[in-house]
Structures are given as C-alpha cells and as structure tokens.
Design a protein around this ligand. Structure first.
Ligand code: GLC
Length: 652
C-alpha cells in the first residue's frame, strides 16, 4: 500500500498544509507564551507529516478533509493546553527515555476497582499492598459510566469523561493517578474505542433520529447490506446474538454490534468520529494515564467481502492516534489488545503503532505446555515469534479478566507434527476437566456444540490444579499446583516484557461460582474468575505453610529477581533447545549479565545433560537464584517436577 504513494508529493503537500494551518492555529491560541508555543510546535512539526499522511490515506476522499484536519489540530492544541504541568514534566522525562516500558522495574497488576477495593478512594488506601508486591504498573479495569446491569464488565461505555458513580469521580481518578505516580506506579486504563454503549450521548441522539449521530455508527435500513457482510464476518459472542447486527425498532435500523447488542460499533469511515475519539483519548491522557490499553483493535474497520478483522485501515487509525499522542501527551504509550492469529498480533506492534502488546500466544501456550507436560510447541512458536521490533515490549500474562482462546497458528503446529484441531480439542477437554489426565477445573466459554470449539474460563489456581487438589486434600497435588502457578509466573517475569499479575492470582484465588446466581452475569462464565477480592484470604499471604503464603512469597521472589538483575532489563531473549522436550530454556543477555532460565513442564524429574549445558557456555558450577543454591552439574542437571530455575554463571 505504502509504495503506491509518491513520497515527495506527500512531503510537499504535507509541508504546504502545515504552513497553511500553523498561522491560523497560532492566531487562535495567541495567548500562549512564545517559548511554550515553540516547544509544542516542535513536536507538532515533527509528527505532523506522519499524521497528515495517515489521515490523508483514510479520509482524503472527503470533500471537507482540511476542515477535519484543522479541527483535529485545534482540539489537540486545546488538550495540550489543558495538560497539567506535572504531566508535561513527565512528557519531557519520557521523551528522554522513550522506551521506559522495557525496564525490568515494570511489574503490572490488573484489578477491578469495585471487586478489589470498592471504590477509587479505597484503591488509594491499598497502594501499600501493591507496593509490597513490587507493582509499578496498575491496570484499572473499565471504570467509566456504563449501562446499569449487564455492561460487559464495563466494556460498554456511556461516557469517556465520567467515572461510574459507584466508583468515584473523574477528579478522584486523576488524583489517584497522581498518587500512583508519586509511588512510581504507572496507571493503565482501557480505551474502548471500537464501540460505545447504546446509552452514550451519541447513541441516544442517534436513537432520537439525529442524522449526524447516526453517522457515528454503522446503521442500515434493511438487511441487504448486513446480509452481505454476514457472509464473511464471524460472530464473536455467538451465545449472545447471531451475526453482528442488532435491530433497533425505534429507528427501524440494523446497527453493527460486534460484541453485545448494546455495544454499538463506531463508524471510523467518518472523520468526525476519528476526531471526537481522539479528543476522548487525549482527555484520558490528561487524567494521568501512562499506558492506554487499546481494546478490540482488530475490529475497527469494516469492508464488504472481508472478515472485517485486522484490516489495513485499522492499523492506519491506530498509527494516526499514536501520532496525536506523540504531539500532545508523549508520556503515554499504547498497548494493543489483539487476541487474534499471531501473524496479526505482530502487525499491531511498532513504535509508531502500539509500543506494547498483550502476548496471547505465550499465555495460551504456557497453558498448553502444562497440559501436555511438554515445552516443544511453546519453544517452536517462541523461536519463531518472540522477537519484537526495536523499542517494543510484550505484556506477558498468565490470566486476565477474559477467557483463554487457543489462538496459535495451525501452521506452527503442523510444522512440528501437531494436529491443530486435535490439539485444541485436547486443550478444551483438559481445561474443562473432561480429560482423564486433567488437573484443571475450568469452564467452557462460548462453546459451539456443532464444532466443539470453546474458550476457557477459570482462575489461575483452579486451572493449575489447586482447586481439585484442595478438594481431594492431596498434599502432593497441592504441591504440584503451586509449582505450576509459580512456573507460569516465573516465565512471564523473566522472558522479556512487562509481567502482568491478575488480581487474586498472587494469593491463589479459586473459581468463584457466585455469578451463577446473578441473572445479569449467569451464562458469561468469565465471571468465574472475576471474584470479589478476598482480603481475609490475603492475610494468609504471610503464612508460609498455606497455598496463599507460598504463592505470594513465590511472586515476591520473582519480583526481586526481576528487579535486581540486569539480565531482565532491555535485554535480548534467546530461546534454546535444552535437549529435553519437557524443559523450556532461554538466555537473557545483557551486557552486564547473562542468565539461563529453565522451566520443567513435566510432573516428573527431568535431566538436562551437563554436556549440553557446557555446550551452551555454562560453567560447571552455577547459581540458581530462585532456589538460592549453587548447583554443580557433573553428568546431568536434574530438575524437580515443575521446577523453575534462573541460573547465573552462563556464558558472557
Ligand atoms: C475486549 C475485552 C473483553 C470485551 C471486549 C468488548 O476483548 O477484553 O472483555 O468483552 O473487548 O469490548
């Protein structure tokens, strides 16, 4: 696509547009002191050509392209003016250290404000708990105004400028962001920009017949066009409604609703929508958000005859938002939430698009490896796909608020003689506890009885076997379950990227079935792992003989290992063949230090040949900084069941 554009024409066109717009902008904001204006316009000048090129590709067919462009720059400038001095200072710091999110100091934590603490004020009171765990990045799940009752866990937003009144106010959110910053914790919030709720002001106006607002969404008078789209678009929540349209009889129109029927997809073909959403985005940046989680990026653009997922225009849109942020709020970076085929996940990741991305492949394959007690598939995929472009980072996770989808590449599986369909079937049976070798207590999510396809819900501890082991009162099984949890967390803390702890995992929270009694939640099994945080259970974290205490202490150790070793900062990961298919191995190499990480996915002892280790450059004796022991590998290094090791003493 890129090559069909004549760059020199663009440069000229962009430069002349800039020259035309700048005096008008200056005239509008004539009160800004010259020195401040200069600093701002330097950034504007730097990023304008990119922004111009992207918007031109998206919207140049609109006769009023320049009108929208000027509007966008005016809003951007207003937003920059409103930005606090403190955040502007942070902008300057981050411009000097633009890849700050690659640092080993980052440890993330994900929580729902109401479930964790009740409201924003109480989250503030819990900062010491987060500090205790070493958290430096906090993702607050959607906390905006949204419809009462079912609202997809807050992912149906009625106003990006108002916090749900039960949780607090926007002023409290900004205050909390400031407090967190003072504690060296960066705030992460969602930007749910594929859709709004049907109670958003724009949707309400659209329902009342306002044509302009109807243009903000994708609406059709009859089924002709929806039927054509549905030939190629797949249903994301098939349990919820078939296809991807919902009929609203008040306006007698079919509205595009990829997710739930009250989540209306925005129409980004309309440049006004881009501008309005850019404004909402900058508003969030001005509240002190440092990592913006871009929700459901795959669905932003639609085109007849395609799956309407991951279209090139979706990337252009995000890149254009990225350029806006570089101008107005460079302290903020994007994290993409693309839970799609790994080839597509990778396409969202670059410094000009999303600097950080969830790593759904690592997540799914960690669970896959635990089930098969074998790291071969994981190693194969990581060797192919773990490396990222310069300046980017993975957000690695074991669990999050969503289900686990088996989004690996079928080709990757076939390359190592794994039948992808049979393997997915195995994983579904395994994690729903239907397989004979299973230790897991998971639930199916969006199960399709025709194809047998399903995703999995369940808490980390329940999926890792702790629930069953405790029910059976089986100490050996409890031991293994705890080791599995720490093995998975061990990998995400050390493999490269930002590790994210899902609230409750650190105290081995089990599945909570109480949602089944709530008619608003029943049927959406994801609520089984969205429990009210149990602070009494959290008290047990100091008792070393409890699962809570063991998992908590294990995570603390991982946090210390990560934050105190150079090998985990801005360093390269080299995935290696350990010579034992049950054991995943990788080097983390930094100029100051190298470590070799080993993770045994089997429930039996596993040997690594000492000759293999020496071939990899290890000395005869090295230190495992997880166990705090020196290890001498004469003939073999014997790993315990599900053991996780970080070996110092590797080649330089
Ligand atoms: C994302 C969220 C998920 C939500 C969906 C629709 O995938 O993680 O929870 O249902 O977007 O907003």
């Amino acid at each position: 696509m890129e090559s069909s554009y004549d760059t020199s024409w663009f440069d000229r066109h962009s430069a002349s547009s800039f020259m035309r717009l700048m005096p008008r902008l200056r005239a509008r904001f004539k009160d800004i002191p010259e020195a401040d204006w200069q600093a701002y316009t330097m950034r504007l000048e730097r990023h304008f050509p990119r922004l111009f090129r992207l918007l031109h590709r998206l919207y140049s067919s609109h006769y009023d392209f320049f009108y929208h462009l000027e509007n966008l720059l005016t809003t951007a400038t207003e937003m920059w003016i409103q930005r606090s001095d403190e955040l502007k200072a942070l902008d300057a710091i981050r411009e000097n250290d633009p890849n700050w999110y690659q640092s080993h100091s980052l440890i993330g934590y994900i929580l729902y404000v109401d479930l964790f603490a009740g409201n924003l004020g109480s989250v503030r009171a819990r900062i010491p708990y987060l500090k205790e765990l070493g958290v430096t990045y906090l993702h607050l799940m959607p906390l905006f105004k949204s419809p009462a009752g079912d609202n997809d866990g807050g992912y149906a937003i009625s106003s990006y400028r108002e916090v749900d009144e039960e949780l607090g106010t926007m002023a409290q959110l900004a205050e909390l962001a400031g407090d967190l910053r003072n504690h060296n914790i960066s705030l992460c919030l969602d930007f749910v920009f594929n859709h709004t709720s049907d109670e958003h002001e724009w949707a309400k106006k659209a329902l009342a017949g306002d044509r302009d607002c109807q243009e903000y969404y994708r609406m059709y008078d009859d089924r002709t066009i929806p039927d054509q789209y549905e030939k190629t678009v797949k249903s994301v929540f098939p349990d919820e409604h078939p296809g991807c349209f919902t009929y609203r009889n008040r306006i007698k129109k079919w509205v595009w609703t990829t997710f739930k029927n009250y989540q209306w997809d925005l129409n980004y073909e309309n440049p006004a929508v881009f501008n309005r959403m850019a404004e909402e985005l900058m508003f969030l940046g001005n509240q002190g958000v440092e990592i913006l989680r871009l929700d459901a990026v795959a669905f932003l653009w639609k085109k007849l005859g395609t799956t309407c997922e991951n279209l090139p225009e979706a990337h252009l849109l995000i890149q254009a938002f990225n350029a806006v942020v570089r101008i107005v709020a460079p302290a903020m970076v994007f994290k993409s939430e693309a839970i799609v085929h790994p080839d597509e996940v990778a396409r969202y990741i670059s410094e000009d698009e999303c600097q950080v991305s969830y790593n759904p492949l690592l997540m799914a394959l960690l669970w896959s490896s635990l089930a098969s007690r074998d790291a071969k598939f994981l190693r194969h995929c990581l060797q192919k796909r773990f490396a990222l472009p310069q300046g980017c980072a993975w957000a690695n996770y074991v669990r999050c608020h969503d289900d686990i989808g088996w989004t690996f590449s079928d080709d990757d599986a076939r390359e190592i003689h794994i039948d992808p369909t049979a393997h997915r079937k195995f994983l579904i049976e395994f994690y729903t506890g239907r397989h004979a070798a299973s230790f897991a207590s998971g639930l199916p999510f969006q199960e399709n009885p025709t194809t047998g396809d399903a995703r999995i819900s369940g808490s980390c501890a329940s999926l890792a076997g702790l629930e069953r082991a405790l029910q059976e009162n089986n100490p050996a099984a409890i031991e293994l379950a705890i080791r599995r949890i720490l093995l998975l967390y061990g990998v995400i803390f050390t493999i490269g990227g930002v590790p994210l702890i899902y609230a409750g995992d650190e105290i081995a929270v089990l599945n909570d079935h109480s949602y089944e009694k709530d008619p608003e939640k029943d049927g959406d099994t994801r609520w089984v792992h969205r429990a009210v945080f149990n602070w009494e259970k959290a008290e047990l974290r100091t008792q070393p003989d409890t699962p809570e205490g063991r998992v908590f202490a294990g995570l603390l150790k991982l946090a210390r290992v990560r934050q105190n070793n150079f090998a985990f900062t801005r360093s390269e990961t080299e995935i290696i063949d350990t010579g034992n298919e049950h054991v995943l191995g990788y080097f983390r190499q930094h100029q100051e230090q190298n470590v070799l990480v080993l993770a045994n996915f089997a429930e039996s002892e596993q040997p690594i040949a000492a000759t293999r280790l020496r071939q990899l450059g290890l000395r005869r004796t090295f230190t495992d900084i997880i166990a705090g022991k020196n290890v001498t590998a004469a003939a073999t290094l014997l790993m315990e069941p599900c053991q996780f090791m970080v070996l110092v003493g590797a080649r330089g």
